[in-house]
Design a protein around this ligand. Sequence first.
Ligand code: 0O2
Length: 221
Amino acid sequence: IDLPKMKSLKQDLIRFMMSYKFALSEVNTKIDILKQEFQYIHDYNPIEHVSSRIKSPESILKKVYKKGCPLSLSSIRENIRDIAGIRITCSFISDIYEISSMLQKQKDITVIECKDYIKHPKPNGYRSLHLIIQIPIFMSDREDHIFVEIQIRTIAMDFWASLEHKIYYKCNKEVPQKMKDELKQAADSSALLDKKMEKIHNDMNKLKESIEIEENMQELQ
Ligand code: 0O2
């Protein structure tokens, strides 16, 4: 056994995984800042929930195999872009686009890809906004640019995706057509629900605005 080589490989592997942990910390901090500042300025919090995860080595290897890319750290870094993943659950569809645009405007974020499965849902009904971004991580002797996948969705989209994932997984990836159709119908219902809630939210905001104007007018009189 080439011990020095093993030691260096181990160090490379640990630093490789650490860089994704640092990237997640950076993006989580960005989201937390947006959340706190938005709440203070607008007296409203568009983010319901945030979760993040580092892809397990097994899942990374499965994806390498599926994509047929070379089995090296540099190839994995370049080809597997969701090793660091963050999921932001928002209250309303408009919040998704607002959060996405606030993140995209940040100077240290490079947007590599934006997949809008809300405007263009997947055939099974899956909806979400996916951003693949790259952010710099500054370490003791180098700067790395790390890919992070950010999935932004509403509570209804998250509800559907979580249950669909569970049903699909439990069924060992073979879902009968009837169930697929039912899942698609459930996705359509959740999309309708999102639209309805957004309308009520907008109507409520308009109502609040008109009440405020009226109160201000009364104060002036
Ligand atoms: P996990 O465990 O969530 O990480 P890619 O395979 O990522 O290179 P693809 O398929 O074009 O390319 O990526 P896409 O469409 O952006 O989707 C990637 C992730 O979105 C998935 O990650 C899921 O988290 C989620 N997703 C996409 N489609 C569906 C769906 O139909 N149902 C559910 N429940 N989630 C979906 P992973 O790697 O599959 O899994």
